[in-house]
Design a protein around this ligand. Structure first.
Ligand code: AMP
Length: 457
């Protein structure tokens, strides 16, 4: 963990992969990559404890591509067809797509093919693509089992298995499916296993399936250090009014808002849209196509705000998410960690705001225990709390004239609705280093102003 920083060049990677890393713009390995890549390249089983946003996808994608490169010369001519060598299992379609994209990006100078298998879309095109042959399959458990049972895929040649976000799969009830899938796979394979947290069920699964694994843990099982946390005491009734006030008051880039239910995600998104925000919902009742459009629209800057439920948003990687807002407190500490893992990704910093009601206090105490410190309680200045008295420390009141940590400035005024948007994507944004992002931010700001000014008459 300690010692001099390793470089990608010192890891014995092949020129094709090094060039792809360069093309992706990764200058140096993240801690999880620094630790995992050498272990995985040795062919050992790996147990990686790391949340999303740490660069863990590349931490397994790089070695699995290297292993394919190593064996490609020795492979029999007829071994491909329906017999992939690498299987990655992930909990959600969105995460599967994202992993597949990363593998394609890092394998850009190789000739390996990769495809995704998940439900919610027609199975026939998947059959067709499988029959043409692939080296790598990235799949969600349910649809993969369908393919295995219908023998549209042959998994007897899998040499590398990656299980990503195992704890999420457990939360989603996929553990029995995973055990079934494992029963079809050859015993002689390398397994790279990743989870952000270790509930007992996951711990026992790892001891069953991993062979003398090397463990890699990034930090403690706690949210990324690049994220700062704040609580906004409120009541359920007040939340809707409060969210617009908070957004109006805060210099934000891309924002993800989490709600407890699909209905609440839809309603809140509609409300914010009516108020003039460029917002899109992401929840499990939407078709796969609509979900994809929402994510792509959010990634491209067409929308500034994504209102999501937990399941729909697992693993989504939008590197410029500056704020995660828990409109509703999640049910567990793990979910809190997953949610706020959407911001502060890679080298960016982010903020996590949580609306908390009195009922949320016990869970907040548990989150604070994991964080190792108390979370700031804040109030929104100028906001009409009615008869409600937010439990707050005066010194923690929002100081809107104070320069923002990254050189941006929050609104100096009290709550003025018409000012919405003026602090969004500020010129000297923290993302200035990333030209593509700031250009996108600029376009997004322009569009946002148009809509805001229309909405505000
Ligand atoms: P992940 O945790 O795999 O979802 O990755 C989070 C983000 O970090 C993604 O946008 C990656 O493209 C990015 N990333 C991964 N590795 C590196 C690296 N070595 N340097 C900079 N960014 C990286």
């Amino acid at each position: 963990m300690e010692g001099s920083k390793r470089k990608f060049e010192d890891m014995g990677l092949s020129p094709k992969i090094l060039s792809a890393i360069d093309t992706a713009g990764y200058e140096s390995p993240t801690p999880i990559q620094e630790q995992s890549i050498p272990i995985a390249m040795e062919g050992e089983d790996l147990l990686g404890l790391a949340q999303t946003g740490t660069g863990k996808t590349a931490a397994f994608a790089i070695p699995l591509l290297e292993k394919l490169l190593e064996t490609s010369g020795k492979r029999e001519a007829n071994i491909r067809g329906r017999r992939p060598e690498v299987l990655v299992i992930a909990p959600t379609r969105e995460l599967a797509d994202q992993i597949n994209e990363s593998i394609k990006q890092l394998g850009i100078y190789t000739k390996f093919s990769s495809l995704t298998l998940y439900g919610g879309v027609n199975k026939n095109p998947q059959d067709d693509r499988l029959s043409k042959g692939t080296d790598i399959v990235v799949a969600c458990p349910g649809r993969l089992l369908d393919h295995i049972r219908e023998e549209t895929i042959d998994v007897s040649n899998i040499r590398t298995l990656v299980i990503d976000e195992a704890d999420t799969m457990f939360d989603m009830g996929f553990l029995p499916d995973i055990r079934k899938i494992l029963s079809y796979l050859p015993a002689d394979k390398q397994t790279l296993f990743f989870a952000a947290t270790m509930p007992p069920e996951i711990r026992s699964l790892t001891s069953e399936i991993l062979r003398s694994p090397k463990s890699v843990q990034i930090g403690t099982i706690a949210p990324a250090k690049t994220v700062t946390h704040s609580l906004y005491p409120t009541t359920d009734k007040m939340k809707k009014r409060m969210i617009t006030a908070l957004l109006d008051h805060t210099a934000t880039g891309q924002v993800m808002i989490f709600t407890r239910t699909k209905r609440r995600a839809r309603f809140l998104s509609e409300e914010l849209d009516k108020t003039g925000f460029r917002v899109v919902p992401l929840q499990g009742n939407m078709s796969q196509n609509k979900r994809k459009q929402a994510i792509n629209g959010f990634k491209s800057g067409k929308y500034d705000i994504l209102v999501a439920t937990d399941i729909a948003s697992r693993g989504i990687d939008v590197s410029e998410v500056t704020h995660v807002i828990n409109f509703d407190m999640p049910n567990t500490v793990d979910t809190y960690i997953h949610r706020i893992g959407r911001t502060g990704r890679a080298t960016n910093t982010g903020e996590a705001f949580t609306f908390c009601t009195v009922e949320d206090e016990p869970l907040i105490k548990r989150v604070e225990k994991v964080l190792g410190s108390k979370i700031d309680r804040r109030v929104i200045e100028g906001f009409d709390y009615g008869g409600f008295s937010p439990t707050t420390n005066v010194s923690n009141r929002e100081e809107h004239d104070k320069p923002h940590r990254n050189g941006t400035r929050k609104h100096g005024n009290s709550f003025i609705r018409k000012n919405r948007g003026s602090a969004r994507h500020p010129k000297n944004s923290r993302f200035q280093g990333n030209k593509e992002v700031s250009r996108r931010g600029e376009a997004s700001r322009q569009k946002h102003f148009r809509k805001s000014s229309r909405a505000n008459g």
